[in-house]
Design a protein around this ligand. Structure first.
Ligand SMILES: *Cc1c(COP(=O)(O)O)cnc(C)c1O
Length: 463
């Protein structure tokens, strides 16, 4: 993505779509099973349904834009992760991907734990009845108030992210008469991307304490010495949208190296290792993420092997999938507005949402697919760009897409795999009203986060 000014001509002349969209798909109506939520299917009349309810009916009842979340799929994914890792490991859902009280209850019922990283997420989790001991609190700059609330609530883990925090949490716990279970987050020098990872000696980022050198060992020494803390393990999170386990292999090797050093220096074998989240999902055809059981088997083997080589007992493993649980379970439903064919270039299809409900395309160059869902069409493919209604030319939802050439205003199109980091990153840009999240299950749909209203906006504006 260009970040400097340039003449509009040459660098905008990318008239041919890149990568996966070099050729239109064979069937524009097809719903790629890897990308769409489990119960999404096209009915005999050509209309797509989720949980048995046609999108046309959903649009009538709940309006557009809106996120529709397949509850059965969400619960099935929770179970798949929990079963894959088994009773000897812990799965924490990363709440930042998408959190609401309904989601917290599903997690609770399906036996998962929950990561939070702010007072607001902690409040949501506790309010919905998640037992505090199943919550882990993250963040590189937790406020004194957040630490106090987390310790007082009795959260199961606080993940310490800096030297200052080691002292702050220890003092808070002591003052409250607690001994707080903590992990220390380290950076292992692995930069993971979708299709490759880079292993370096150092990591240049705000999270965690560098494993290279002596800082991490020093952090462990200090944490072990403080009465308010019970240091249970080491935490590492290497990135996001990761498709294979090779990056975890390097991370585990380096973390186990620290565990060994801790054993040698302090005579203590820390009982836990948290390998973080970042497991990828399919956004576009050709994306092929691993299944939870494959990942679980690989991570257990990697940690087992590394510990055996180091002469350590295998610690209890935790993982923290966010996107991999909620991402595929939801799609965003939009109504098509203006359609602008630009000769020799592409057709701009405007929808009634945009960067306020999905910032990922603008922020990360994220790729999405899109399908006409309110009816069937056998029209020819039309090279399109799906854009929002915001006053910003970077307001793109799907950069390169093929939609049927008979697309018309009023049609409904859906962007799949928007369950993670879309509603949770939504904004009020241009005073847009953030869309609702509607959970669909067994033929019934219910709002779990309602649509914002103009009254909501004005309530914050004290005049
Ligand atoms: C963001 C994050 C996760 C979840 O990442 P996903 O890509 O959604 O799986 C897990 N752990 C930590 C510490 C994170 O920062």
């Amino acid at each position: 993505m260009s970040r400097s000014a340039h003449p509009a001509g040459p660098r905008h002349a990318d008239v041919l779509p890149e990568g996966h969209y070099a050729a239109p798909p064979a069937d524009l109506s097809a719903l790629d099973r890897k990308i769409w939520a489990r119960t999404v299917a096209r009915g005999d009349d050509g209309t797509v349904a989720v949980g048995g309810i046609p999108v046309t009916r959903l649009a009538e009842e709940f309006g557009t834009p809106a996120y529709f979340l397949d509850e059965e799929d969400f619960r099935a994914r929770c179970r798949a992760w929990a079963e894959a890792f088994g009773p000897g490991a812990d799965v924490f859902y990363a709440g930042k991907a998408f959190l609401s009280r309904a989601v917290v209850r599903w997690l609770y019922e399906e036996g998962l734990n929950l990561d939070v990283c702010s007072g607001g997420e902690l409040r949501t989790a506790l309010d919905a009845g998640m037992p505090a001991e199943r919550i882990a609190f993250h963040g590189n700059n937790k406020s004194a108030e957040e630490i106090e609330r987390a310790v007082a609530a009795g959260v199961g883990r606080i993940v310490l992210d800096s030297f200052q925090e080691i002292v702050r949490v220890a003092h808070t716990a002591q003052r409250l008469g607690r001994r707080q279970k903590v992990l220390i987050r380290v950076t292992v020098g692995v930069e993971a991307h979708t299709h490759e990872f880079i292993a370096t000696a150092h990591e240049d980022q705000k999270f965690g304490i560098p494993l290279a050198g002596d800082q991490a060992a020093e952090a462990v020494r200090r944490a072990l010495a403080l009465d308010g803390l019970e240091l249970v393990g080491i935490h590492s999170h290497i990135g996001s949208q990761i498709f294979d386990t090779s990056g975890f292999e390097v991370a585990a090797h380096r973390v186990v190296g620290l565990l060994k050093r801790v054993r040698d220096e302090h005579g203590v074998e820390l009982p836990e290792i948290d390998l973080g989240g970042g497991l990828g999902i399919a956004y576009i055809p050709g994306d092929d993420p691993r299944e939870p059981h494959h990942i679980a088997k690989a991570l257990h083997e990697i940690v087992g092997r590394e510990c055996e080589a180091a002469g350590l007992r295998s610690p209890r493993i935790s993982v923290e999938p966010g996107r991999a649980i909620v991402g595929p379970t939801a799609f965003t439903l939009y109504e098509v507005g203006t359609i602008k064919p630009l000769e020799g270039l592409r057709t701009y299809v405007s929808v009634d949402g945009g960067m306020s409900d999905n910032i990922r395309t603008a922020l990360y160059d994220a790729e999405y697919s899109v399908v006409l869902v309110s009816r069937a069409s056998d029209a020819a493919p039309m090279l399109s760009r799906v854009v929002g209604k915001h006053c910003e030319s970077g307001d793109i939802v799907v950069k390169d897409a093929f939609l049927p050439a008979d697309l018309a205003p009023g049609d409904l199109i859906a962007v799949p795999a928007t369950g993670a980091y879309c509603r949770s990153m939504a904004s009020n840009y241009n005073h847009a009203l953030r869309p609702p999240v509607v959970a669909v299950s067994e033929g019934a749909a219910r709002v779990i986060v309602r649509r914002e209203t103009e009254e909501d906006l004005l309530r914050l504006d004290v005049g």
